[in-house]
Each structure stands twice: as C-alpha cells, then as structure tokens.
Design a protein around this ligand. Structure first.
Ligand code: GLN
Length: 487
C-alpha cells in the first residue's frame, strides 16, 4: 500500500494492523517532503529525527492512541517545545518555546507523529501565504499560484500528501480558504472548542485551531482529539466532547439546508465556484433535504467589522513584541527605551503586520474607540443574531468558501483591499463564534491547469457533530475528496 496516497484513517489502520510499521510510514512521508518541499515551501522546519523516534515508540507499543503512527503537519504558530516557533515572522526568527500548545500536545498524546512546522502568513495575517518572512508556500496544483492563507503551508502539505493530516488556525478564514484553494477538507470549529493555549495570538476573540484533512472522517477524529476544556485557556469551553463527534456516517434526520442570498454574490463568483455551489444545493435536494431560504441581513458588514476587531486585537496582542519582553531586538544603538522598542519593531515586523497594528491602534485610540471598535462590536452582535435566527430554520448554511480559485502569486500582494475581500465568505462565522467547514468540490481549468474549488457549510455553535455529518453526506456523493495534484 502507498501510505502517502490514502487517508489519515487509512494510515492509522494500516499501522494498527501492522500492515506497515509507523517508522515505514514516517519515512515515506519524510521522503516525499525531501522530494517536494523545496519546490512547494510547505514546511519551514522538519523534525525528522524526533518523528522517527516517536514512530519507533509506536512500533514498540510504547506510544498508543487513536492517532498512533499518524504523521501530522503543524502550522508554525503553535508553540512546540522542540524546534522553532516563528509565526513566519522575523520577530520570532529564533524563538524556541519552553512549552507545547495544548492542541499539539493532545495530538501527540493520541500517538500522532508531528513531522514539522508549516509556512504561513506572518502572524496569520493574510490570505495567500505571501507575507511569510521565510518564503511562503506554493499551491501544489500550480506552483505559480498561492495556496491561500494564512495556513497556506499546512494546506499545501495536505494537498501534496506531505502529511496525512495537518492543523492550522482560522481567525477570518485561514483554514477554510486555503483548504478550498488546495482541494482538501478544512474546518474551523466553534470558538472555545479547542484550547488556544500555546497558539501565537493574532485576534484572541476570533482565533481558533482546526484540522486539515483528506476526508471529513479524518477531520472529525482530529477535532475530537483536540477538543475540550483546558485549564490553561479560560476561553476554552467547558462543553463535553460528544463521544460520537467523529461518527460522521450517521444520518441527520429531516435535514434542512439553508441558503442565504447574502452568501451568493453571483456577480463576484467565478463561474466554476457558482456552479459548484448550485450543484451542491441540487445534490442535497436529491438526497431528500429541504432547501430553506434564510436571511442574513448583516452579512455585508462582515469585512469592515472583522478588519476593525481583528486589527484592534492584533495591535494589543502584538504590543508584547518589543525586543525586551519578546522578540527580535535591534543591534542598532538606541538612546532610550522608546527608541529601542521602535527600532526593534520596525525591523522585526513585516509591512502587513505593521499596517494592521496601525489600523488597530487607530480604531482603539481615544476619540475613535466608540466610532470604530465599539461600533464594530455592536454590529458583530447583529451578525451573530442573524445566524441565531437562521439556525432556527436550518441545520447548516451552504455557500461558497471563496469567490475564485487560487490566484497568482503577486497578483494581490500590493493591493491589501482586494486581499481582504477574499474573506467575504469566511469572516462572518468567526465573528459569530460558530463553526464552518470547507469541502473539495472539484476542479476547474485555468490556463491549462486544474485548480480546486470548494464549498462551505456553516453550522451553529457546538453543533459540529451535525455539521460533519451533513458534510460527509456531500463527500459520500462525490469523488472530489480523492482528487490529487500531479506533482
Ligand atoms: N485573511 C484573513 C486576514 O488576513 C484571515 C486570516 C486568518 O484567519 N488568520 O486576517
């Protein structure tokens, strides 16, 4: 069996039945990384020795669990007590964390083998992986195109089979958008589902960890393993993890799929994206689901609200990187502490991060606080109210994940606004704290190359079990999940 051309559960079961050893599996993935990572830039750092050691522990029966022997890639904003954790920023170029993020720890406790840390937009700010200070990842379907962002490295690693599964973070779309652009499953769980402890903070009221996977069942098991309250994160929710969270084959009775006109920006959508969404609606109908029209009138405020709230929180979170408490310190002489801070920050942060810090500082400054930040919070509540009302009428909302397939590297790099508009379909779910999943929905040909498109399902808070089952129904009716780029 080719262990790099299967599913995560396929790998796990092959190891469990001793069809292959965990060391063989790990070696196979490391070989593939060796072969393809230079061209794709998915991993910033590979932990081969440690991975092989842990795989040997699995083979000796010393490391067991539901993920025993499964090779996983981790976005480089999860702290690990081994290797570096850079958040793709010069600011943290040589940072070594003394501890491991809870999400990663839970994967490891379940027997997973962490292969390495993946490239991302600096501090997770971006939609293309181009703001990485150490070289962004490329799209395995067409390396002249972006893999999406900010978790672009994890998505690229997943799509190119350089891991059996991966994790990333989603603040405004950073798991779902790259999943759509690379043709894999990507899920943003409910805020509070998975501990944020050890995740380098961007916007703390939005940031959430989630899985990338080949299939819905793989994503469900990863979610189940990582979920649950954590004393180290006061915002992790004290909600029991349902024992059947990963039983994705279960039927959702009397399924109602919501469709909102505000999530169907037909004029803005690429024809292939529109087609995939329309086909998905028809598919659910053919499966006996009722299609319900829902109204989400405050959707259009999502982008402005997100870019006020996220930048405000980022300006506060990133204040700690001053070259004294944390991060890069300038080698230049400085006359006083303010000069030391400002020189260190000027050298350590990239342009996009600086732009966000400035926007956020402005939105929080006295005199503007009420007009921007406070008002954004009020509208955020209205967006949440829209969803609350919609979920009275339906089980999940179906919409595109992105308006277009992957764009060219450089195409939007100098146009922050068009980059921000990429997130029209993904920012509202995190603003409301609810869950969303992007599913592969086939490919479309652009410039002679097949490029993936995705469809998205949005589900209510802590209703992931249902959301995953609805997603599985779509997956089971299509073979999109198994499409792979030719490398
Ligand atoms: N693209 C969005 C942004 O730039 C979302 C990023 C994310 O989810 N981390 O903020």
């Amino acid at each position: 069996m080719d262990v790099t051309n299967t599913t995560m559960l396929g790998v796990r079961d092959a190891v469990a039945s001793k069809e292959v050893s965990a060391v063989e599996v790990t070696r196979a993935y490391l070989d593939r990384i060796e072969k393809h990572n230079e061209a794709l830039g998915a991993y910033l750092e590979v932990h081969d020795e440690r991975a092989l050691q842990r795989a040997a522990d699995v083979d000796k029966g010393q490391l067991t669990g539901p993920l025993a022997g499964v090779p996983i890639a981790v976005k480089d904003l999860f702290c690990t007590s081994y290797g570096k954790t850079t958040a793709s920023s010069r600011m943290l170029e040589n940072y070594r964390s003394p501890f491991t993020a809870t999400a990663v720890q839970r994967l490891e406790d379940a027997g997973a083998i962490i292969l390495g840390k993946t490239s991302m937009d600096e501090y997770a700010m971006g939609s293309s992986c181009e703001t990485c200070a150490f070289g962004g990842a490329k799209n395995p379907w067409d390396p002249s195109r972006v893999p999406g962002g900010s978790s672009g490295g994890s998505a690229a690693a997943m799509a190119a089979d350089l891991c059996a599964a991966a994790i990333g973070s989603d603040t405004g779309g950073s798991i779902r958008q790259p999943a759509a652009l690379t043709g894999v499953v990507g899920m943003k769980p409910t805020y509070g589902r998975i501990s944020r402890y050890g995740m380098i903070a961007f916007a703390s009221s939005l940031d959430q960890c989630g899985p990338f996977a080949r299939t819905v069942a793989d994503a469900a098991l990863l979610l189940k393993v990582m979920s649950g309250v954590d004393p180290m994160d006061a915002t992790s929710a004290p909600v029991d993890v349902e024992p059947d969270l990963d039983e994705v084959e279960r039927e959702v009775k009397n399924l109602r799929i919501g469709v909102a006109k505000q999530y169907m920006l037909e004029g803005a959508n690429d024809p292939a994206v529109q087609q995939a969404t329309d086909d998905a609606i028809k598919f659910y109908e053919s499966q006996g689901a009722t299609i319900v029209e829902v109204d989400l009138p405050h959707t259009k405020y999502g982008i402005p609200v997100y870019y006020v709230v996220a930048t405000a929180e980022c300006s506060s979170n990133l204040a700690r990187y001053d070259g004294v408490h944390f991060g890069h310190r300038t080698a230049e002489p400085a006359n006083d502490i303010v000069e030391l801070f400002s020189k260190s920050r000027a050298e350590g942060f990239g342009d996009e991060v600086k732009r966000r810090i400035m926007l956020g500082t402005y939105a929080l400054s006295s005199g503007y606080y009420d007009a921007y930040y406070n008002r954004a919070l009020k509208v955020r509540r209205l967006i949440k109210n829209d969803f609350d009302a919609a979920f009275e009428q339906c089980d999940a909302i179906l919409c595109p994940t992105t308006t277009t397939p992957a764009f060219k590297i450089g195409e939007k790099a100098d146009d922050p606004l068009s980059m921000y508009l990429n997130d029209v379909y993904t920012v509202n779910a995190p603003l409301a704290g609810i869950a969303g999943i992007s599913l592969p929905a086939g490919t479309t040909e652009v410039d002679g190359k097949a490029l993936p498109v995705g469809v998205q399902l949005i589900g209510d808070a802590f209703a992931e079990a249902k959301l995953l089952r609805v997603a599985r129904l779509y997956e089971a009716g299509h073979d999109h999940w198994n499409l792979r780029p030719a490398l």
